[in-house]
Design a protein around this ligand. Structure first.
Ligand SMILES: C[S@@+](CC[C@H](N)C(=O)[O-])C[C@H]1O[C@@H](n2cnc3c(N)ncnc32)[C@H](O)[C@@H]1O
Length: 372
C-alpha cells in the first residue's frame, strides 16, 4: 500500500490544493484510482506519474484542454513523454536566456543613447503560432499514406532530404537520410523518439551550405512562412530537387470550391489575402504543378480533410489541430460551427452537398509542386 498516496499527501508534496486535485479528478484529467485500507481515494503509481506530467505542463503554461490531449496521446510511451517534457523545459530555459541577452543588449544600447528599432524590440519575443497551438496537433494530424506516396515518389532518387517546416515529422520518408527544420519548440518537442534530427530555424534562412541535400521538401507549411518566396528560394539554394505540398489559395481554387469556407467560414479568405498565388510559388522554383485529390477517408486531419465527414468539424480536437480556426478568431469559429451544426441537423448541408456523397476523392485545390 506504501505507493498509494492520499489526496492530502499529494497536495502536501506538490503544493497544489486539494480543491485543484478534486477538479482534475472531476474533469477526468487525473483520477485517484486506488483506495486506502480506510476506504479513502488514493493515487496509485500510474496516477502519480500522470499527475506529475499534468503539473509540469501547467507550470509550462499549457491550458488544461491542451494538457488533456498531451497526456492522453496514445502514440507516445512513458519514455517519449519524458523526452517531450524535457524538450519543452530546455526550450523554456533557452528562451529565457535569449530574452535576458536581448534585454541586456537593449539596456546597453539605451545607456549609450541608442534607440532600438521596433523590429528589434519584437524579435526579443519571437513568438511562433505553433508554440501556442502545436500541442493539439498530434491529436488528428498524421501521415496520409496515399498523399505521402505522391510526395516520396516526387523525391525521386534523392538519398538526402531536407524537410522544411517539418512539425512532428509526418511525411518524412523512412528510407532516406532526413534532416528536419522546424522553428516551433512545441512542435520539435513532439517529434517521436528516433525521428530525424531537427534544426531550429525558419525556411527564410536555412542554416546550410548551397546544394547540401539531394532534395528539399515542405508539406503544408509554406502558407505559414513570413516570406514564402524567400523560403522557396532557400530550398532551391540548398537542394537540387524541391517538392512542396500546398494549396491554391485563390478565390476560385479554394474559397469557393470548399463548402466549409464558402458557406460557413468566409473569414478564411482574409487569411490568404496578399499571399503569392500558387503559380508564382511554382515559378520561383521552376516547378510543375500537380493536383492532389483528397481521399474521403483522409488520415491526416488538415483543414479540408473531412470534406465528406462534415460532423468532424463540430469536434473541438479536430479544429484545434488546424491553425485556420485559431487565426479566424473565436467569434467566427463559434458562428461557423453553430451554422454547420444547424444545417446538419436540418438536412440543409446534405441537400446542398449531395453530389459529394458519391465521390471517393475530391479536388479542393491541394497542389504538389515538383521542381527537378
Ligand atoms: C501545418 S504544420 C505542418 C507540419 C508538417 N510539415 C506536417 O505536415 O505535419 C506547419 C508547420 O510550419 C511551421 N512553420 C511556421 N513558420 C515557419 C517558417 N517560417 N519556416 C519553416 N516552418 C515554419 C510551423 O511551426 C508548423 O510546424
Amino acid at each position: 500500500m506504501a505507493e498509494h498516496l492520499t489526496v492530502g499527501r499529494v497536495a502536501e508534496l506538490t503544493g497544489v490544493s486539494v480543491r485543484t486535485l478534486h477538479h482534475y479528478d472531476e474533469i477526468g484529467l487525473v483520477h485517484p484510482s486506488a483506495r486506502t485500507p480506510a476506504g479513502y481515494r488514493a493515487y496509485a503509481a500510474a496516477d502519480v506519474e500522470r499527475l506529475r506530467e499534468v503539473l509540469a505542463y501547467r507550470r509550462l503554461g499549457f491550458a488544461l484542454r491542451e494538457i488533456a490531449d498531451l497526456v492522453d496521446d496514445p502514440a507516445v510511451d512513458a519514455i517519449g513523454r519524458l523526452h517531450r517534457l524535457r524538450g519543452l523545459v530546455l526550450d523554456r530555459r533557452d528562451r529565457a536566456a535569449a530574452m535576458v541577452t536581448a534585454i541586456d543588449r537593449e539596456l546597453q544600447a539605451r545607456a549609450m543613447g541608442i534607440e532600438t528599432t521596433p523590429e528589434e524590440k519584437l524579435t526579443m519575443i519571437g513568438a511562433q503560432l505553433y508554440d501556442t497551438i502545436g500541442s493539439a496537433y498530434p491529436a488528428t494530424r498524421r501521415t496520409e499514406p496515399r498523399i505521402a506516396a505522391r510526395v516520396w515518389d516526387a523525391l525521386g532518387d534523392a538519398r538526402t532530404v531536407l524537410n522544411v517546416g517539418a512539425g512532428t515529422g509526418n511525411y518524412e520518408p523512412v528510407d532516406r537520410e532526413v534532416t528536419a527544420v522546424e522553428p516551433s519548440a512545441v512542435m520539435r518537442a513532439q517529434r517521436p523518439v528516433g525521428a530525424a534530427p531537427c534544426v531550429a530555424a525558419g525556411a527564410e534562412r536555412l542554416p546550410f551550405e548551397d546544394q547540401s541535400f539531394d532534395a528539399a521538401m515542405a508539406f503544408s507549411t509554406v502558407h505559414h512562412w513570413h516570406d514564402p518566396i524567400a523560403g522557396l528560394r532557400e530550398m532551391r539554394r540548398v537542394a537540387r530537387r524541391v517538392v512542396v505540398f500546398t494549396h491554391d489559395a485563390s478565390e476560385a481554387g479554394w474559397l469557393r470550391r470548399f463548402w466549409l469556407t464558402r458557406d460557413y467560414l468566409p473569414e478564411a479568405g482574409t487569411l490568404v489575402r496578399g499571399r503569392p498565388p500558387v503559380e508564382r510559388l511554382a515559378e520561383e522554383i521552376g516547378a510543375r504543378i500537380e493536383p492532389v485529390l483528397i481521399p474521403w477517408d483522409c488520415a491526416d486531419g488538415f483543414f479540408e480533410a473531412y470534406w465528406r465527414q462534415p460532423e468532424a468539424y463540430l469536434e473541438e480536437r479536430v479544429r484545434r489541430a488546424v491553425s485556420i480556426w485559431t487565426r479566424v478568431g473565436p467569434e467566427a469559429e463559434r458562428r461557423a460551427v453553430a451554422g454547420l451544426r444547424d444545417d446538419l441537423a436540418s438536412g440543409r448541408w446534405a441537400e446542398r452537398n449531395r453530389e459529394l456523397l458519391a465521390l471517393d476523392a475530391a479536388e479542393l485545390g491541394l497542389r504538389l509542386l515538383v521542381a527537378t
